[in-house]
Design a protein around this ligand. Structure first.
Ligand SMILES: Cc1ncc(COP(=O)(O)O)c(C=O)c1O
Length: 407
């Protein structure tokens, strides 16, 4: 294990790595590694001889040698080059990294595998968290494997597929008549009242480390020459923050074979865009977004405790933040799924829409290699659109004209 310490992202205060830690002044902690020691202990080629899963990166992960790894077999996700969105986005060099194939159907399993492995290692018996849906499903599944009781609070309009999944894995789950931040307040109370460890986004240091594996995998899949632009649907920010941390660590290790660092793009809906507003006004901290509304549930996060970490990553990477038209997300979901054949979630569809804007503003150039993450399986969102298919009664004469007209 190469972890040296934990460090406040706000003011650099150091914390011991061999104890259960949470936040400092209600803001997140970084996990710090002895990168020089890692560079002399392993080469990137050594890692590639191991099974292609998130644990192959173990030197860059916080899990102590004697810890029991809580895993559901998190394989590297596929990277797909697609030209099929060229007409919609005006761009050919698009890759999609498809996180829908991970356990519980979303990228959240990366963070939860790490957070729950560490929680179990430190003897946690109960966790509580708020969720927009996918994090709750992943937390429930991993907690069950670790024999940890899991308490989940979610907005009452959370997709029923997520509700089903959370219950299926044996968590205690509650629907709340509020947004994710209201659910977060309940998790905070459960911490005191019910002795639960708070596993909310960025309130413990290890979910970021799990998300970092997206960046590590990507670097390897791009032959250690990172793409020029990464579009990421941004809610609480762990994905974007984790990836940017991975790229910086890889640069410091000397493993990258090109100086290009991706320009990171935080994509939100104009129905909930606190990060975009803060980025535009040049603030380091975001104001809570009022009346947040979007069908891309994972990015319906009105306030994020890692706001400054997201904004720092955007600035350091020469990136940007963009809010797309909420009304278009549904159409983009359908178009992206139809064109790519992938199970595209609305959060990813927002990124496809953002690409169209960035192209029209010349923020991206034809030679740019663009990467979009498909962060979850589209099937989970069946509630976001009412599907009304015509019915056929086999006891009556079948109307083949109507069927042909539908073709
Ligand atoms: C499908 C999906 N995409 C994106 C996000 C946003 O991720 P992050 O909180 O890492 O910004 C979420 C979070 O719930 C999500 O479920």
């Amino acid at each position: 294990m190469f972890v040296t310490e934990l460090e406040s992202a706000l003011d650099g205060t150091k914390f011991r790595a061999n104890e259960l830690q949470t936040t400092h002044q209600d803001r997140p902690l970084w996990v710090r590694y002895d990168l020089e020691k890692i560079a002399s202990a392993v080469t990137k080629d050594d890692l590639l001889d191991r099974p292609a899963d998130i644990w192959r990166w173990r030197e860059l992960l916080p899990v102590p040698k004697n810890a029991r790894i809580i895993t559901l077999n998190e394989r590297s996700t596929r990277l797909i080059k697609t030209e099929s969105l060229k007409k919609q986005t005006g761009h050919r060099n698009i890759w999609i990294k498809d996180e829908s194939t991970l356990p519980t159907g979303s990228f959240k399993s990366r963070g939860m595998a790490m957070a729950i492995t560490m929680a179990a290692h430190f003897g946690v018996k109960r966790i509580a968290l708020p969720t927009a849906g996918n994090a709750g499903g992943a937390a429930a599944a991993y907690a069950q494997q670790a024999n940890i009781r899991c308490l989940v609070f979610m907005p009452e309009d959370t997709p029923t597929a997520n509700q089903y999944e959370i219950q299926l894995y044996g968590a205690s789950a509650f629907l709340v008549n509020g947004l994710i931040n209201d659910c977060g307040k309940l998790a905070d109370v459960a911490k005191e009242k019910l002795n639960c460890f708070d596993l909310s986004t960025l309130k413990e240091p290890y979910r970021i480390e799990g998300k970092k594996t997206m960046g590590l995998e990507l670097a390897q899949q791009f032959d250690w020459k990172l793409p020029d632009v990464i579009l990421y649907p941004t809610g609480g920010g762990t994905g974007l923050i984790g990836m940017w941390k991975a790229f910086k660590e890889l640069r410091e290790l000397g493993w990258l074979e090109s100086d290009i660092m991706p320009r990171m793009v935080a994509v939100q809906s104009d129905g909930c865009c606190p990060i975009v507003d803060a980025f535009k006004s040049g603030e380091r901290f975001a104001q809570p977004f009022q009346n947040a509304k979007t069908i891309a549930w994972g990015i319906r996060v009105p306030a994020a405790i890692g706001d400054f970490m997201i904004l720092d990553a955007l600035k350091e990477s020469n990136g940007t933040a963009i809010a797309v038209d909420e009304q278009m997300i549904d159409d983009w979901t359908k178009i992206s799924a139809e064109k790519t054949g992938l199970s595209i979630c609305p959060e990813t569809a927002a990124c496809v829409g953002a690409l169209e804007h960035l192209k029209s503003e010349n923020w991206i150039q034809p030679h740019d290699r663009i990467l979009i993450f498909n962060t979850a399986s589209g099937q989970k969102y069946k509630d976001s659109k009412k599907v009304e298919l015509p019915k056929i009664n086999i006891n009556k004469e079948i109307n083949w004209e109507m069927i042909e007209a539908s073709l």
